[in-house]
Design a binder for this molecule. Structure first.
Ligand SMILES: [Mg+2]
Length: 418
C-alpha cells in the first residue's frame, strides 16, 4: 500500500524555551533552498530522479512555551492542518514543563506523535511513564542530540502518523461498507420476513379451505350414502360396507352375521292409514333397529319396507339373540312412535345368517338371511328364523345339513291378529 507523497502530513512542531534550538531543528529538518535547487538541476541534467533529495521536506513551526505550542496545535486542528509530530523540551522554566505540555497537547489532539527532549538528569523514564502512562505515541530523545537522530525520528513518526491516518480512513471506508451492506441485508431480511408472513397466511388459508372442502366432501358422502326417509344407509352404501366387512372377515377368519328385517303386513298399514303413516312406520322401525346397535354394526334400508343389518365379529347365537331383542323392541315401541295412528301394532319378521354356514359371497350371505326371513313370514310373521347348519345322524353317518330353525319361542296363547 503506497501513500501519495503530496498528501503526506510533514508538519513538525518544536516547543523549546531555547530559541537557538528552534534554528537547529529548522536546519536539520527543512531542506536548504539552494541545495534543493541544485539537486533539482542535477537530476534534470542527468535525467536521474534518484538525484532528488532523499529525505522528506518538513514544515517546521516553533514555540518557546508549552502554552504557545498548544495554541499552534489548536489552530492546526481548526484549519484542518494538524501537526504530525511535536518535539517538546522537558525543562521550560516559567510555564508548563514538558510533561504537562504533552498532556495538554494530547487532550487537544490524540493523534499527534511526541518526542520528549530531555537530559537524563531531568527526569528518569520510569517517572515519566508513571505520570503519562504507557503510550506508543511517545519517544524520548536524549540531549545532546545529533541531526541524524532528529531527522530519522521526524521521518519515522510522520510516516507513522500518516499510516495511522490512512488506516483509520480505510477503517471508516470498511465501516461504511459494512453499514451499507448491513442496511441492505436488513432491508432484504424485512422483505423476506414479509414474504414469509404472507406465505404462512396463504398456507393457513389453504389449510382452512382444504379442511372446509374435506368437511363438505364428508357431508356430501354422508348425504349420498343415506336413505332420506329412514336416515339409515341406503342400499348402495350398505352393500359397499357389507362387502368390505365380508372381505375383511375372510382375511381375519371371524364370523359375520346378516339380519334381514321386513315390516309385517306393510301393505295393509298403507291401505288402512295412508302412505304418510306408512312412511312414519318405516321411520319408527328404523329408529328401533338403530337403537342399541354396537359401533361396528350397520343398518341399511334394503327395499321398500325391508332392512338389512350386519353384525361383524359375531357368532350366530349372538346374532339371533340381537335379532330377537330387536324384534321385541319393534313390537313394543314402533307402533307408539306413529302418533297419527292410534293403537297401531307394528311387528317385523327377521331372518339371520352367518358366514359360519359357508356363504362364499356377500350376496350369498344376504340370500341365506332372506331365505330365513321368507320362512319367518311363512311361519306366521313377527318371529326370528335362522339359517343354520345342523348335524344329522341318519343311517349312522353324521353329516352337516343346512336348515332354517326358529329362534322366537312359539306363543303359548292365541296369536296376535295381524
Ligand atoms: Mg529547556
Amino acid at each position: 500500500m503506497t501513500v501519495e507523497k503530496s498528501k503526506h502530513n510533514l508538519r513538525i512542531l518544536v516547543i523549546d524555551d531555547n530559541r537557538a534550538i528552534h534554528e537547529d531543528f529548522r536546519k536539520i529538518l527543512m531542506a536548504n533552498v539552494k541545495e534543493e535547487r541544485l539537486d533539482q538541476a542535477r537530476a534534470a541534467l542527468f535525467d536521474d530522479p534518484q538525484l532528488l533529495p532523499v529525505h522528506d521536506r518538513f514544515e517546521v513551526d516553533c514555540a518557546d512555551r508549552g502554552e504557545a505550542g498548544l495554541v499552534l496545535v489548536q489552530e492546526g486542528r481548526i484549519k484542518k492542518r494538524p501537526f504530525a509530530c511535536a518535539f517538546v523540551d522537558m525543562r521550560m522554566p516559567g510555564g508548563w514543563d514538558g510533561l504537562e505540555t504533552i498532556e495538554r497537547l494530547w487532550r487537544e489532539d490524540k493523534e499527534i506523535q511526541v518526542v520528549i527532549c530531555t537530559a537524563y538528569s531531568d527526569q528518569p523514564w520510569d517517572e515519566i511513564r508513571a505520570r503519562i502512562g504507557f503510550n506508543d505515541k511517545l519517544l524520548i530523545l536524549q540531549k545532546p542530540f545529533n541531526g541524524i537522530e532528529v531527522l530519522q525520528l521526524a521521518t519515522a513518526l510522520c510516516r507513522k502518523w500518516n499510516l495511522a491516518r490512512e488506516a483509520a480512513g480505510r477503517l471508516d471506508e470498511l465501516n461504511s461498507l459494512v453499514d451499507e451492506r448491513t442496511a441492505e441485508l436488513q432491508h432484504m431480511n424485512g422483505q423476506l420476513t414479509h414474504t414469509n408472513e404472507t406465505l404462512v397466511r396463504t398456507i393457513a388459508d389453504l389449510e382452512t379451505a382444504q379442511a372446509e372442502i374435506l368437511r363438505q366432501h364428508y357431508e356430501l358422502e354422508r348425504v349420498a350414502s343415506r336413505d332420506l326417509l329412514s336416515g339409515c344407509l341406503n342400499r348402495r352404501a350398505f352393500y359397499a360396507e357389507f362387502e368390505r366387512v365380508f372381505n375383511e372377515r375372510r382375511e381375519n377368519d371371524l364370523d359375520l352375521c346378516c339380519l334381514m328385517v321386513d315390516i309385517d303386513n306393510f301393505k295393509q298399514i298403507n291401505d288402512r292409514f295412508g302412505h304418510a303413516v306408512g312412511d312414519q312406520a318405516i321411520q319408527a322401525v328404523a329408529i328401533c333397529l338403530s337403537t342399541g346397535l354396537r359401533l361396528t354394526d350397520s343398518v341399511g334400508r334394503y327395499g321398500g319396507e325391508e332392512f338389512c343389518l350386519m353384525f361383524p365379529r359375531t357368532r350366530l347365537d349372538e346374532a339371533t339373540n340381537l335379532a330377537e331383542r330387536i324384534r321385541l323392541v319393534v313390537e313394543r315401541d314402533a307402533g307408539n312412535r306413529v302418533r297419527t295412528a292410534a293403537c297401531l301394532l307394528i311387528t317385523v319378521s327377521c331372518g339371520v345368517s352367518s358366514t359360519a354356514s359357508g356363504a362364499r359371497s356377500p350376496l350369498e350371505l344376504i340370500d341365506q338371511a332372506d331365505k330365513a326371513l321368507y320362512s319367518a313370514k311363512q311361519s306366521g310373521r313377527n318371529c326370528v328364523m335362522a339359517f343354520d347348519q345342523s348335524i344329522s345322524g341318519e343311517n349312522g353317518s353324521n353329516h352337516a345339513e343346512l336348515q332354517i330353525r326358529r329362534v322366537t319361542p312359539r306363543p303359548s296363547g292365541p296369536e296376535i291378529s295381524k
